[in-house]
Design a protein around this ligand. Structure first.
Ligand SMILES: Cc1ncc(COP(=O)(O)O)c(C=O)c1O
Length: 404
């Protein structure tokens, strides 16, 4: 079918498009993971990652999807029966909460309507009421990939400080790292959870924990069972550039390239590029007369936009038509919003024309599926893209130094 010719448009909010430069970097013979050359590669990557994570703290890399890094964050810091405060921002927060329950952790799950981020005032109230400091961790998903809502981590930190509560702050940045501004050291984040397959532009298969001194201290007395995920063994082996088990060698070649690409572009430019594509997308959605799931403009996500369809219109049917006719995958509505929303991913290795193609696919799909909409969404996005410049374009020549 003609729709299958050309390059597939992978516009789900991760895994994202893997740039050719990264594919070429991984297309190499696998090396001995106990060789000096491999040790040097790891040390170079662990150093480079600190710039991407904006932290001076150690970062560990697991050969696992993001779910593994969720588990690692919990089992290294908590003991059976400990309490954790989590915020129901959407499906991924719900899954993390379910995992905590399975591990024998007690979860206080702050409810939400899936249209807002974590509420700093509600967090402050819960912590202030916890006079005995039973809550050991506050865990927040920075960018809720199921809803396109970004929580304000700096404000969560301020709320914790106002309550004078000593809980650790744990943040899932799986769909925000290397795409949306994130400052773990400034915001006092104790454990950052991240994955390879979104802003880092890699295939799925690597995940990360960045670990503060306070979290490391907590890990020394944490009693939950752990072996594969244990930070102490990983950190000890990492000192010389090695792993306690076989690492995902070829993904690490790709990771080195991804770090180089992000540092060459400059992280602030990467963030500005994502902000700009998100704004163009929202302009298209508004021009179509459709509703953005995220209610508060301060919480709009720069990596994806979840779009509500009018009642009695099935978002999954729309997505099916779009993939069959235009060879483009969009994100499905998950959990409570299944069938009600579709999600446009605009993150990773992405540019203006890719966004225009994506929005054309959506606009044609709305027409084909008989969804009531107004024409002109693509025009609105193009008008914005043609005039709005970013730091990126103003400083093309200003290339920061990457890794070798
Ligand atoms: C915010 C968030 N957290 C956690 C996960 C789970 O990660 P994985 O599917 O890589 O295990 C995802 C996956 O998309 C996610 O978007």
């Amino acid at each position: 079918m003609s729709a299958n010719r050309g390059r597939h448009f992978l516009q789900i909010p991760g895994p994202t498009n893997v740039p050719d430069r990264i594919l070429r970097a991984m297309d190499r013979a696998t090396m001995d993971h106990r060789s000096p050359e491999f040790g040097r590669l790891t040390l170079e990557i662990l150093q480079g990652l600190k710039q991407i994570f904006k932290t001076t703290n150690p970062i560990v890399v697991f050969p696992a999807s993001g779910t593994g890094a969720w588990e690692a964050a919990l089992v290294n810091t908590l003991s059976p029966g400990d309490e954790v405060l989590m915020c129901e921002t959407g499906q991924f927060a719900a899954l993390w909460q379910r995992m905590a329950g399975k591990l024998g952790i007690k979860v206080d799950f702050l409810p939400s309507d899936w249209r807002h981020g974590a509420d700093p005032r509600a967090i402050e109230a819960r912590l202030a009421a916890d006079q005995g400091h039973k809550i050991k961790v506050v865990a927040v998903v920075h960018n809720e990939t199921s809803t396109g809502v970004t929580s304000r981590i700096g404000a969560v930190r301020q709320a914790m400080d106002r309550a004078g509560h000593p809980a650790l702050l744990m943040v899932d940045t799986i769909s925000s790292l290397a795409s949306i501004d994130y400052r773990p050291d400034e915001w006092g984040v104790d454990v950052t959870v991240a994955g390879s397959q979104k802003g880092l532009m890699l295939p799925p298969g690597l995940s990360f924990n960045a670990i503060s001194d306070k979290a490391l201290q907590a890990s020394k007395s944490a009693k939950l069972a752990k072996s594969y995920w244990a930070w102490d063994e990983m950190l000890a082996s990492n000192k010389a550039g090695f792993f306690p088990y076989t690492p995902a060698t070829n993904l690490l070649y790709g990771l080195r390239e991804a770090i180089n690409m992000l540092l060459e572009e400059g992280l602030e430019n990467v963030f500005a590029r994502h902000d700009r594509h998100a704004e163009a997308t929202r302009r298209a959605v508004r021009a179509w007369g459709l509703e953005i799931l995220c209610v508060d403009p301060e919480e709009y996500s720069s990596t994806l936009t979840a779009v509500l369809l009018p009642a009695n219109h099935d978002a999954d049917k729309l997505r099916k038509i779009i993939v069959e006719r235009f060879n483009m995958s969009l994100g499905a509505g998950l959990g409570k919003v299944q069938g009600k929303v579709f999600r446009i991913g605009h993150l990773g290795d992405f540019n203006d024309l890719m966004l225009c193609g994506t929005l054309c696919g959506v606009e044609m799909g709305l027409e084909s599926a008989g969804v009531p909409y107004k024409k002109g969404g693509v025009d609105a996005a193009m008008a914005y893209l043609a005039t709005a410049t970013t730091n990126q374009q103003q400083s093309v020549a200003k290339v920061s130094v990457g890794l070798k």
